[in-house]
Ligand binder design. Structure first.
Ligand SMILES: [Zn+2]
Length: 428
């Protein structure tokens, strides 16, 4: 080791030395691990899952990549006569059935594969942990873990809905916020679907994201404060009806039943309000203020042209009324408009409908007095972090299944529940 730490000129190359030492320690560790795992002779007889006696045939080797490097595992191969089936019980015991990666390595692949592209994850694993894995393996393992986490999440939510688990601490304000965002998918996932691409073809599928968060206080100016670390996410590319149960289950898990006030926030999308009516009856429904403002700004552009003094004045006056929740005045002023042209007329009609339809969800003055959030910023940021940052990078095209696996994984990661769910996985 001495010679290693010194270069010819008498200086030392710390980087080369530390990397060399780590590699050596890992190799040594892998040898020890291999010895320990292979130390015991396999028993001559084991029971098959149906209780028959299965006989040891021979010992078989398997290469397993562990956090210390590749080891050669020796384990007994058994044969059950009545079942006419061979089996390797040690693989189940070590949790390496039909995989050549140890659980420790798979955990790292899942964690990294959730955070960044599979290629980047592979490169990071090599640099940080000295583990060499193929990009395709990271993809397969990370998606497999995502699928498992999804299953665990499902059963957790089902249990929360079925049981009468009432959390001890009640929440003054319990928010459920929903949004959708397009995920670029491979061609076969959009066959026959209409969309915004060339020839009216869809290029994306909508991932629905829901978040639950809590609010106990407001700041000195009366602005709502989100409880720290209280936000959790669920999401998937799936029909609204299925997603409704997903977000409802999550809300139950988070203590919906002990909420003093439930608030649902979203943009104007109809599916959101349908779900709110179905699963959260009695909740305060709020349309995101900034979406509503955008509708006013867009309409003003249509009627008066972009950035005209008249248009700007009109929209700022309407926005002031909107902020006050005075939708009656907003509508009155809109109905006075006399746009020229078919397109502007159509835009006006649509905007009037939007405000008419959502007026109860736009009582912003009242909401503000109650110290409530009036924006869907939390779920929109969630769409960017949970979905956009990982699934919408340039050149990425997903299968719905692969996307859903990674969305499930990221929801767990960004809800700060990775270790917790990982423990559940081990227990199940
Ligand atoms: Zn058997």
């Amino acid at each position: 080791m001495e010679c290693l730490l010194r270069q010819e000129d008498g200086g030392s190359d710390l980087e080369a030395s530390e990397m060399f030492t780590r590699r050596t320690m890992h190799e040594l560790g892998a040898l020890v691990l291999e010895r320990v795992l292979n130390a015991d002779e396999p028993p001559g007889l084991v029971r098959c899952p149906f209780g028959h006696e299965a006989v040891l045939v021979d010992q078989r080797r398997k290469r397993v990549t562990t956090v210390l490097g590749v080891i050669q595992l020796k384990r007994g191969y058994y044969y059950c006569e009545p079942c006419e089936k061979g089996m390797l019980p040690r693989d189940a015991q070590l949790d390496i059935v039909s995989t050549s990666f140890s659980l420790g390595v798979r955990k790292m692949m899942g964690w990294m594969g959730g955070k960044e592209s599979f290629a980047e994850a592979g490169a990071d694993l090599t640099l940080m942990a000295g583990i060499k894995v193929k990009t395709k393996s990271v993809e397969r393992v990370a998606e497999g873990i995502g699928a498992q986490l999804e299953e665990l999440g499902q059963s957790e939510r089902t249990q929360a809905m079925a049981e009468n688990v009432v959390p001890l601490k009640s929440t003054p304000k319990f928010y459920v916020s929903l949004d959708g965002t397009g995920v670029p998918v491979i061609k076969r996932e959009t066959a026959g679907r209409r969309g915004k691409g060339e020839n009216g073809e869809a290029r994306t599928r909508e991932a629905k994201l829901g978040c639950v968060f809590k609010q106990t206080t407001t700041d000195e100016k009366g602005r709502p404060q989100r409880d720290e670390a209280s936000t959790t996410y669920v999401g998937a590319i799936e029909p609204a009806a299925e997603f409704g149960w997903r977000i409802y289950g999550e809300a139950e898990r988070r203590g919906l039943r002990r909420a003093q006030k439930v608030i649902v926030i979203g943009d104007g999308a109809q599916w959101i309000w349908n779900l709110a009516d179905e699963h959260f009856p009695g909740a305060v429904q709020i349309v995101d203020l900034y979406h509503a403002r955008e509708h006013l700004a867009d309409l003003s552009k249509f009627i008066y042209g972009p950035a005209t003094p008249k248009g700007l004045r009109w929209s700022s006056e309407r926005m002031a009324q909107l902020d006050e929740g005075d939708i009656a005045s907003v509508l009155k002023n809109m109905r006075r408009l006399r746009p020229a042209g078919v397109k502007a007329k159509e835009e006006l009609r649509k905007t009037i409908n939007y405000f008419k339809h959502n007026r109860e969800r736009m009582r912003y003055r009242e909401f503000r007095q109650q110290g409530l959030f009036v924006g869907s910023g939390v779920v929109e940021a969630g769409c960017r972090t949970v979905i956009g940052r990982r699934l919408k990078q340039s050149g990425m095209y997903w299968s719905v299944r692969g996307a859903n696996d990674i969305i499930a994984l990221r929801c767990i990661q960004l809800s700060g529940r990775w270790e917790e769910i990982w423990e559940m996985r081990a227990a199940s």
